[in-house]
Design a protein around this ligand. Structure first.
Ligand SMILES: O=C(CCC(O)(O)[C@H](Cc1ccccc1)NC(=O)c1ccccc1)N[C@@H](Cc1ccccc1)C(=O)O
Ligand SMILES: [Zn+2]
Length: 579
């Protein structure tokens, strides 16, 4: 991310105009010429036999040029296809269901709000279908062009295809097997959660809308992509009326602003002795949607590689979901700050999953009942008995467990497309085959190859790799558990104090341990960075299982009590190859 972020990119992302798009393209061609020159120099050395491990690692990391290897005309086409898709995604609008004359609904905030709050089956279906049509539906030919050029670039870099080029980041011959192994460990738990949520959705929408042993209709989960289900906690919470981690009403009541949310997040980091943001961060960042401009609202953190200029661009809404996103983005900034004195080549995460896990690991502490009481967002009298615990763990599971199959198929689909096992004739039906097989969800309306539903998700349109989030959702529980042990907030041999209530706020030892790992950047293979925090050198789902243990037992019993079958019949794939 470091040598890639530049001002022209920022300008386009924060003000989508033809002029800014042209300048961004011009900048990227200038950067490509420089990168190509540097690459010729680097690869003119016979560096493989080098013995100094650090020097050899620098050459290894710099010896991969990436898409800049393409000749300028093809690089221009490559950039134009991605920029076109990102522009379509970020400016797409739909008409309202209730007032068909209002056709100015953007994904952020109007459509997202509807998907989160509406409990009207037909309104949700309308919003879901219109968004998929106005975003992905308009990208198909751009994506086909992108795939072809991206694979050409990958092959020029001596990779079989773009998927292989992406996976180099994880420096492991068994990475795909490791991911599959982690999925097999988590899958039984996901099936239980899926069964329970389907039962609760049936209770609300009726048997005909949510049939017993079928996949769940994709538009009912509180999120456009059914990737996190936290927004339907009100429909599924086991013990209504007990505590809920959704402290949005209290945030609004206390007059929270986006600025205050960022300041509170920064204070959590500095309370652990981690680094504060510099003045440039506050003057350069955009933390609210700009009025009267088209901008890329999907959140992002930017490192301008000069050791001073670090920014976040986020169309922040005052709610709990965005409070967590603020911490996610501030986690990226903390990594930038910690490795800012390393050589440019090392100013990256130990792997891309590490970069995604920093903020989320701290957010697990922030969202605890204990911490929310400490900062005055939860009443001190809020119960923390067994029922409150089940409510809390279920609400967290709706975001953290539901996410795994989604993250997996986001790149499974692309790996299949890049390695050619899926051609553009099958793009959309393959997507829905994976969506049913792994997530157990189904499109609410019949699909065909006229549609291009993967493009309805930012990371496909903007060409951002996604398995990093699967990795993050595993390792963030490893980091959280280790920091809890370091902070004396959890004793694995005496789980009297359950893991999920640990809050390492203000703990300097935990901060020092995390900071030391972040300061390594990508200077060492990621297992060494993992060992620096957890003592282990591998991804391990056990911390995740330990965290949710009380819920797993409860869910299995509950599904039996409800007589809810676990799993679903596939086969009714409602995607027509030739409409
Ligand atoms: O996409 C994001 C958050 C945005 C980001 O911080 O990961 C952002 C994505 C992005 C945007 C533009 C270009 C490249 C990537 N990533 C960064 O800003 C970033 C990435 C690498 C290093 C430093 C910063 N989260 C994912 C997954 C997720 C994560 C956590 C909770 C919920 C959901 C999503 O929303 O589907
Ligand atoms: Zn991120």
């Amino acid at each position: 991310m470091c040598y890639k972020s530049n001002i022209a990119e920022w300008q386009f992302a924060s003000d989508i105009t033809d002029e800014n798009e042209r300048l961004k393209l011009e900048q990227s061609l200038v950067a490509a010429r420089f990168e190509k020159e540097a690459w010729k120099n680097i690869t003119s050395f016979n560096w493989q036999p080098f013995t100094d491990p650090d020097l050899k690692r620098k050459f290894k990391l710099l010896s991969v040029l990436g898409p800049s290897a393409l000749p300028e005309d093809k690089l221009t086409q490559y950039r134009k296809s991605i920029d076109a898709m990102e522009k379509i995604y970020s400016t797409a609008k739909i008409c309202s269901f209730a007032n068909p004359g209002d056709c100015g609904m953007n994904l952020d905030p109007e459509i997202t709000e509807k998907m989160s709050k509406s409990r009207n089956f037909d309104e949700l279906k309308h919003v879901w279908q219109q968004w998929h049509e106005q975003s992905g539906g308009k990208m198909r030919h751009h994506y086909e062009k992108f795939v072809q050029l991206s694979n050409e670039a990958a092959q020029m870099n001596n990779f079989s295809d773009t998927g292989a080029y992406w996976l180099r980041n994880y420096e492991s011959d068994t990475f795909k097997e490791d991911i599959e192994g982690l999925w097999q460990t988590i899958k039984p738990f996901y099936l239980q959660l899926h069964a329970y949520v389907r039962a609760k959705l049936r209770a609300h929408y009726g048997e005909d809308k949510v049939p017993k042993d079928q996949p769940i209709p994709a538009h009912l989960l509180g999120n456009m992509w059914a990737q996190s289900w936290g927004n339907i906690d009100d429909l599924v919470t086991p013990y209504p009326g007990k505590s809920s981690i959704d402290v949005t009403p209290e945030m609004l009541k206390q007059g929270y602003t986006p600025k205050k949310m960022f300041e509170m997040s920064e204070e959590f980091f500095t309370s652990m002795g981690l680094l504060p943001t510099p003045p440039e961060f506050w003057s350069g960042s955009i933390i609210e949607k700009l009025v009267g401009k088209e901008m890329v609202c999907h959140a992002s953190a930017w490192d301008f590689c000069n050791g001073k200029d670090f920014r976040i661009k986020q169309c922040t809404k005052v709610n709990m979901e965005d409070f967590i996103v603020v911490h996610h983005e501030m986690g990226h900034i903390q990594y930038f700050l910690q490795y800012k004195n390393l050589p440019l080549v090392y100013r990256e995460g130990a792997n891309s999953g590490f970069h995604e896990a920093v903020g989320d690991s701290l957010a697990l502490s922030v969202q605890t009942t204990k911490h929310l009481k400490e900062i005055g967002l939860l009443d001190k009298s809020t119960p923390t008995d067994h029922e409150a615990t089940i409510n809390y763990l279920l609400a967290t599971a709706l975001d953290k467990i539901a996410f795994f199959p989604f993250a997996y198929i986001m790149d499974k689909w692309r790996w299949d497309v890049f390695d050619g096992s899926v051609t553009s004739a099958d793009y959309n039906c393959h997507w829905w085959k994976l969506r049913e097989e792994y997530q157990g969800i189904r499109s609410p309306v019949t699909r065909s190859e006229v549609d291009f539903d993967p493009g309805a998700k930012y990371h496909i349109a903007a060409n951002v790799e996604y398995i990093r989030y699967f990795v993050s959702f595993v390792i963030q529980f490893q980091f959280y558990k280790s920091l809890c042990v370091t902070a004396g907030q959890y004793d694995p041999h005496n789980p009297s104090q359950p893991l999920h209530e640990c809050d390492f706020y203000r703990n300097k030892e935990a901060g020092a341990k995390l900071g030391a790992m972040l300061a390594m950047g990508s200077s060492r293979p990621w297992p060494e960075a993992m060992r620096a925090v957890t003592g282990q050198d591998r991804m391990d789902a056990n911390a995740f299982r330990e965290y949710f243990k009380p819920l797993e037992v409860w869910l299995i019993a509950k599904n039996k009590e409800l007589g809810e079958p676990v799993g679903w019949n596939s086969g009714g794939l409602n995607c027509q190859k030739n409409p």
